[in-house]
Design a binder for this molecule. Structure first.
Ligand code: NAP
Ligand code: ZN
Ligand code: ZN
Length: 348
């Protein structure tokens, strides 16, 4: 067994505390990664606090993982010892259903997607995430990290990056399209960077006046402060696609009114409480849909795109003794734009 130190939540109401646990010994197709950096995703907080009602404890959160391969099984082909490797939100799936066969393992039709944490592996044991020293997983679900990217700033690509890249690609965002991004947080700022890089006219919606100048620097052609009276009127019926990256309850009707006929509002944000939509908001043949992370092949494609276009996350480094403070900042929307944990700050 691979003895590992990390931080875990033991209930929805108690803070994360140091925790010792074990990963399996690497099997023939497994790699063992020494984790160097892990991003803090709002999903870590939703799940540790059981806001989605599906939490398993003890929970070692973290699914924006980058590090160095320390050991490889006898049949491993993609990695050798010393390589950089990354892990996102999934570590396994059924691999044979139509979704898995199409490289969309996150939509596994047998409900057999094994998530990086808060999930059980095929051996029935809890999985442990990136707020710890090591991870062991099948090489098929590990990603290669392009060498030209700053390693800490690349970590958030593994969730915030792919979660925004995948729907923007799926709905063919590009030149000639008017695209909105709601919420300038971890996901939102990556969505903004990608939409801009794909050549769309990109409009950032934010509730934070303090983020307006940043949004322009990150690639927004226009920024709309949604706390201002009448903000939606000027843009009514003009958007092809809007990506909703908000983590808390908010009214969808003004955003639906901004869509053109056949335009699409896509949720990636997953607030604790359900949203309500009046039929009149969508009767103009407007689509409301959602998207979850992205498949493994697409995630590698996203990393290669980032390598080519030199795209990483804007990060603030933090340490294990400040996790609770960092989480409170995330909940308040006060992070520019992703916290990343440095595993060197973990006391062993
Ligand atoms: P985050 O960094 O906290 O960003 C959320 C942003 O939403 C904030 O920065 C803020 O932007 C806005 N916001 C927060 N509270 C709001 C409120 N009450 N009303 C309006 N806007 C508000 O979170 P994140 O890590 O990007 O994650 C965002 C959401 O996506 C979370 O729910 C997370 O669980 C979910 N998620 C889903 C997937 C998926 O596969 N679908 C993957 C990862 C994460 P402004 O300050 O600009 O208004
Ligand atoms: Zn995430
Ligand atoms: Zn499957």
């Amino acid at each position: 067994m691979v003895s590992t130190n990390g931080f875990a939540a033991h209930s929805s109401t108690t803070p994360l505390v140091p925790f010792a646990y074990e990963h399996r010994d690497p099997g023939a197709k497994d790699i063992l990664i020494d984790i160097q950096f892990c991003g803090i995703c709002h999903s870590d907080i939703h799940q540790a606090r059981n806001e989605w009602g599906n939490s398993l404890y003890p929970m070692v959160p973290g699914h924006e993982i980058v590090g160095t391969v320390r050991a490889v099984g006898s049949e491993v082909k993609k990695f050798k010892v010393g390589d950089l490797a990354a892990v996102g939100c999934m570590v396994d799936s059924c691999r044979t259903c139509p979704s898995c066969s199409a490289g969309e393992e996150q939509y596994c039709e047998r409900q057999a997607t094994v998530f990086t944490y808060n999930s059980k592996g095929k051996d029935g044991k809890l999985t442990w995430g990136g707020y710890g020293e090591h991870i062991v997983l099948d090489e098929d679900f590990a990603l290669s990290v392009p060498k030209n990217l700053d390693l800490a700033a690349a970590a958030p690509l593994l969730c915030a990056g792919i979660t925004t890249y995948s729907p923007l690609k799926h709905w063919k965002v590009g030149p000639g399209k008017k695209v909105g991004i709601i919420g300038l947080g971890g996901l939102g700022h990556m969505g903004l960077k990608f939409s801009h890089a794909f050549g769309a006219h990109t409009v950032q919606f934010t509730t934070s006046a303090s983020k307006i100048e940043d949004a322009k620097k990150l690639g927004a052609d226009e920024v709309i402060l949604t706390t201002k009276e009448g903000w939606a009127t000027k843009h009514a019926g003009s958007f092809d696609f809007i990506l909703d990256c908000v983590s808390a309850e908010h009214d969808l009707s003004p955003y639906l009114s901004l869509l053109k006929r056949d335009g699409t509002l896509c949720a990636v944000g997953a607030p604790e409480k359900p949203a309500s939509i009046h039929a009149f908001s969508v009767l103009g043949r407007r689509n409301y849909t959602g998207s979850m992370i992205g498949g493994i092949a697409e995630t590698q494609g996203m990393l290669d795109f980032c390598s080519k276009h030199n795209i990483v996350s804007d990060i603030e480094m933090t340490s294990f003794d400040k996790i609770e403070e960092a989480w409170e900042c995330v909940v308040k929307g006060d992070v520019k734009y992703r916290f990343v944990l440095d595993l060197k700050t973990l006391k062993r």
